[in-house]
Design a protein around this ligand. Structure first.
Ligand SMILES: [Ca+2]
Length: 479
């Protein structure tokens, strides 16, 4: 019988047909989805049928590997900075910086965060970060250009008694006249050099400025100065947000050494309050009167390090409860030679003269040599009173023939008087040289506890720990 061949879809056509053979042509499927067609073989003028089903696959999906990033280059400043990169990729990838100063801190399929460290050099630098296909060759590259540090050369501003505040202060011959004006024109990082002489002013320090005194104008550096210091009769004030220095002055009025201020290589007279600031390699001279004069006060983390402290207190004819040569309320005295005279007067109240009174906690006295003279008095003067405070007292020498410390010079009694930790070397002058350095046979030699030492140098500028163990007292021997 004869039959007709009828595809259901136009993409199949009949190209050849005989009584026993039919050839069909399926066109290429350009879509990515599969498709299906039926071809009906039907009896002409009859009802017999046969059906062929043709299922054709979809076109192959061809993926081109791709990694795209944004941004592709980044300019950053010298400070540490993070760089966020948006990634569009159809493959997995690795993130590979080619410099150590760039690290990957966060990574997802679509977002990468990089961290650049601070550039401490003055030159610019450049790094690349490669986003590389895992197991493939496709890459994208980010370039990071980082600026160098901008260096502002510190200026020196010169001050002489014969100067003029209309000058620019850039040389001795164009020096200004007052420290006050020098501080006004100085910026953080600058130095102010002050010639020997006296400056009748009170002034405020400026944050980040170093004030040096004692020049004779021949120096090329601050280390060329001799021992002469410039004299400031007035007060100094400091409300400082950056490390600031006063060096090479006699400060006749004293003042407050507060946060961020270091006073080095100075002579400090009259009342001095060391509050959060630091005094080093200086001489501190205070003397108490008959009344409640806390002449030297160290509090709030203030530190007096490697200094000579000549603190005296006297109670003469007027009865009054307290005379404290030194008051501590949360401070540290380390590496100092402590001298002075305690005079207890001639009335019963005299027993209330103290060399050091401690209040509060966190008081430390470490590696000091006490050479305090006690004299006069109906009752003896006293070394310490810490009945309302606590004191860590370690590696100290107390020269026992000259001071009648009310606390017996032994560990047990010290502990009983709120000494949180204590060790004391109560020794005779015989074991020390005239400069108070230990003799070779001194019990102070190599007898301290290194755990309490915070300084590299002793009061003479020598290594603080020699021969393995710190000596007791302010001066480290070579023994
Ligand atoms: Ca030693």
């Amino acid at each position: 019988m004869e039959f007709d061949v009828t595809p259901s879809e136009t993409w199949i056509t009949v190209t050849q047909k005989t009584a026993t053979s039919v050839t069909l042509l399926a066109q290429a499927n350009t879509a990515t989805t599969a498709r299906s067609s039926t071809v009906t073989f039907k009896q002409r003028d009859g009802v017999a049928t046969a059906t062929l089903t043709v299922n054709q696959a979809g076109a192959q999906i061809v993926v081109t590997p791709s990694i795209q990033i944004l941004p592709v280059s980044k300019e950053i400043g010298a400070d540490a900075e993070s760089v966020n990169v948006t990634v569009t990729a159809n493959v997995e990838f690795d993130v590979i910086p080619n410099v150590e100063w760039i690290t990957v801190t966060q990574e997802t399929a679509t977002n990468v965060t990089l961290q650049a460290l601070e550039n401490t050099a003055t030159t610019t630098r450049s790094g690349t970060v490669t986003f590389k296909q895992k197991g493939g060759a496709v890459t994208a590259t980010l370039t990071v250009n980082q600026a160098g540090k901008v260096v502002v050369e510190p200026a020196i501003i010169y001050v002489t008694p014969a100067g003029n505040d209309f000058n620019d202060g850039k040389s001795w011959n164009n020096a200004v006249k007052t420290i006050t004006y020098a501080m006004f024109i100085a910026k953080a990082g600058d130095q102010v050099w002050v010639q020997e002489g006296s400056y009748s002013e009170s002034f405020s320090m400026k944050s980040g400025v170093s004030l040096y005194g004692g020049f004779d104008r021949s120096e090329n550096s601050i280390d060329d100065r001799g021992t002469t210091r410039s004299v400031i009769p007035g007060d100094f004030f400091d409300y400082l947000t950056a490390p600031t220095l006063i060096d090479g002055f006699v400060l006749l009025r004293g003042g407050t050494v507060s946060n961020n201020l270091t006073v080095n290589n100075c002579e400090l007279n009259r009342a001095l309050r060391v509050e959060a600031g630091t005094v080093t390699y200086s001489t501190i001279k205070t003397s108490g009167g008959s009344y409640s004069s806390d002449n030297l006060e160290i509090s709030s983390g203030g530190q007096i390090l490697n200094c000579r402290i000549e603190a005296s207190g006297s109670q003469s004819s007027v009865p009054y409860p307290y005379v404290n040569a030194i008051t501590m309320n949360g401070g540290r005295i380390e590496g100092c030679i402590m001298s002075g005279v305690l005079y207890s007067g001639s009335v019963d109240w005299g027993y209330l003269v103290y060399y050091i009174r401690c209040r509060g906690s966190n008081n430390y006295i470490v590696n000091c040599t006490f050479d305090v003279i006690r004299t006069g008095g109906f009752y003896p003067s006293h070394g310490f009173w810490n009945g309302d405070g606590s004191l860590t007292f370690f590696n100290n020498i107390v020269l026992h023939q000259e001071i009648g410390f009310s606390v017996p010079n032994n560990v047990g009694s010290l502990s009983g008087n709120n000494f949180t930790e204590a060790d004391v070397f109560s020794i005779d002058h015989f074991f020390l040289n005239d400069d108070l350095s230990p003799k070779s046979n001194s019990p102070a030699v190599n007898a301290g506890n290194n755990n309490y030492v915070t300084l590299d140098k002793d009061i003479n500028g020598n290594p603080r720990i020699q021969n393995g163990t710190v000596d007791a007292g302010a001066i480290e021997s070579g023994y």
